[in-house]
Design a protein around this ligand. Structure first.
Ligand code: SER
Length: 606
């Protein structure tokens, strides 16, 4: 079964269970200060898991593009990827454990769907602790549902010797509890499904699901969102119980095709073939090939969603993965500019489902080529610095210098060692390691800070900033012109940040006019109202954000001011304040360039 068939079957299956199929959200979260990228299907749905009404209803399913860079060092093994697709179904206060688990099992094992032999499937559940009890309900549901396929399923019991029928394993929070993605927010016990890729019946003294044993591959996770984790670490019951599930498309594809790793599926083979074609055969190194395939694929999707290489935020991650791919290409002795060539193959494979790749093909190629050329220049500069360092060295190049070359000029230590060797110089690689580790610790902490989040903070302050962002966008369009469109938005409890397209710096007069216009709407105490409609209907009403590629979708439209002649009308998930009078006084703190043709405003409410 091809990946595209699995993706389609998944969506068809949940459609047959009355789920609305929604489009993948962008990889770059909007209005979410806590993460750089969408890391799970539940991410863009957090407001709805917390109780906001979703315009498509209470049952949703999709294939969501995700980026996770936490495991970047693992990329190149059988299963880790930075970019992956997550198939997910959601209940927003609708069905709960019974339907979720029964449908998961039906989709996995039924001949009409994936047709996985039932004896291959093992599951885990939450064992219980001070915050929530053992998930006995899921255990019973699993026993019942597996019995329908002739499987007698028992809970594994460490204290008995006969565990021949064990299928269900209870594990602690570290394994069977999902979320919150940030410090606070929706979370709950989960039940994970594993495919046993080993031969025959597993020996549970040797291997068990959920314990990182290689023969048990996790394929699906059903999370039962019941709690809202509070800042003080306690768990409050959510207003409505929700279900969040996630199935990794690449892994399931590999398993169904009996492939040992994700790179052997059609999601990667054409990319790998292209890299092989460009590489020098004698230096073939499968790990480098896989790293290039994964990283350039991730970069292609990131650029399509609006990221550009830079030294901050998403742009920084993008730059690092492109440059990491280029370094591995050097190992393979690829002699041509290759990143855009690989991106073209990625677009060929995924363009049919992700139209944004085709739409932004020229920009993707241009951004990759530019970064590749710029990195080549950086490396040239590094070579000159190396010459200087070498000339000043007394027989050995200091670890600190090796690290400086690496960190500032992207000069790999192997390259420094090679060049040094040609000059008969030694290199203090231990010293390099020491500096590298120290630095890695610092950047790891930084990255953890950046990646630890995931949830919008639904405080009153962020809601107020969200409404202020709508006022700002409307004011920008009135003062600068209707070409102004949102290019990014990021809100914390302390400020809003808004990116928009505009060719030049704003004049002091324009800034003043925009500020006054926003404050006038606040002073007027305008009502904020919400309606649901299709994208076509929204377009007829001249709503900001009504894009043709979302035709057919039902959306929420927020209106600020008189419904007939409003100040602002935008497609948006919310939440918002009820009246602009709640906002305070709006002040622009900074107006600067964000990237070519895109301006950035930081503003506060005081
Ligand atoms: N949020 C869960 C996960 O990421 C299930 O979708 O695994």
């Amino acid at each position: 079964m091809l990946a595209k068939e699995i993706r389609q079957k998944y969506l068809d299956f949940f459609q047959s269970k009355q789920h609305a199929i929604i489009k993948s959200a962008s990889l770059i979260p909007e209005n979410d200060p806590t993460v750089l990228f969408t890391t799970a299907g539940m991410h863009p749905l957090v407001p709805y898991l917390m109780g906001e009404k979703h315009p498509e209803g209470k049952r949703l399913a999709d294939a969501q593009k995700c980026i996770r860079t936490g495991d970047i060092e693992e990329v190149g093994d059988a299963t880790h990827l930075t970019f992956f697709e997550m198939l997910g179904n959601w209940s927003l206060g609708d069905y709960f454990k019974k339907e979720a688990l029964e449908w998961s099992y039906e989709f996995l094992t039924d001949e009409k769907w994936l047709g996985i032999p039932p004896e291959k499937i093992y599951v885990t559940v939450f064992e219980g602790d001070q915050d929530a009890p053992l998930d006995e309900e899921s255990i019973q549901i699993w026993k019942d549902v597996m019995a329908t396929k002739g499987i007698q399923a028992e809970l594994f019991d460490e204290t008995i010797s006969d565990n021949a029928n064990a299928r269900i394993f209870a594990l602690p929070k570290e394994e069977n509890w999902w979320g919150p993605a940030g410090e606070t927010g929706p979370c709950g016990p989960d039940s994970e499904m594993f495919y046993y890729i080993g031969e025959g019946i597993p020996d549970f003294n040797q291997e068990r699901p959920g314990m990182n044993d290689a023969n048990f591959v996790e394929i699906w996770n059903d999370v039962f969102m019941q709690y809202d984790k509070q800042k003080d670490g306690t768990f409050k019951k959510l207003a409505a119980q929700c279900v969040d599930t996630g199935m990794g498309l690449e892994r399931v594809t590999a398993i169904l095709q009996d492939k040992k790793n994700v790179y052997e599926t059609e999601l990667f083979v054409p990319i790998i073939d292209k890299i092989r074609e460009l590489a020098y055969k004698e230096t073939e190194n499968i790990r480098s090939i896989r790293i290039i395939a994964d990283h350039i694929k991730a970069a292609t999707f990131m650029i399509a969603d609006g990221a550009r290489p830079s030294n901050t935020d998403q742009g920084y991650v993008l730059r690092r993965i492109i440059r990491r791919a280029i370094r591995h290409a050097k190992k393979l002795e690829i002699k041509v500019e290759f990143t855009a060539l690989i991106a073209d193959i990625v677009i060929d494979i995924f363009g049919h489902h992700y139209a944004e790749l085709v739409e932004h093909k020229a920009e993707i190629e241009a951004a990759l080529n530019q970064e590749e050329q710029q990195f080549a220049k950086t490396l040239n500069k590094g070579t000159k610095i190396f010459e200087k360092v070498a000339a000043e060295s007394k027989g050995e190049i200091d670890g600190k210098d090796v690290f400086h070359l690496y960190d500032t000029y992207g000069f790999p230590p192997e390259l420094t060692a090679e060049l040094a060797d040609e000059k008969g110089l030694k290199v203090d690689l231990d010293g390099f390691e020491k500096h590298f580790k120290e630095h890695q610790e610092k950047s790891r902490q930084g990255a953890e800070q950046k990646f630890k989040g995931g949830l919008q903070d639904h405080s009153e302050k962020t809601t107020a900033y969200h409404t202020a962002t709508h006022l700002l966008q409307a004011a920008l369009r009135k003062v600068l012109g209707n070409h102004v469109m949102q290019k990014g938005s990021n809100i914390t409890a302390d400020r809003l940040r808004f990116d928009f397209n505009h060719p030049e710096k704003l004049t002091p007069e324009q800034k003043e006019e925009i500020t006054n216009l926003v404050n006038k709407q606040i002073e007027a105490g305008l009502a904020v109202s919400v309606d649901e409609m299709t994208v076509e209907e929204a377009e007829k009403m001249d709503v900001v954000g009504a894009f043709k590629d979302r035709y057919g979708e039902k959306v929420k439209v927020y209106t600020i001011g008189d419904p007939v002649n409003p100040f602002s009308r935008e497609i948006c998930g919310g939440p918002h304040v009820e009246n602009t009078a709640e906002l305070g006084t709006f002040k622009i703190k900074k107006e600067q360039s964000s990237s070519a043709g895109v301006r950035r405003i930081k503003a506060v409410l005081v």
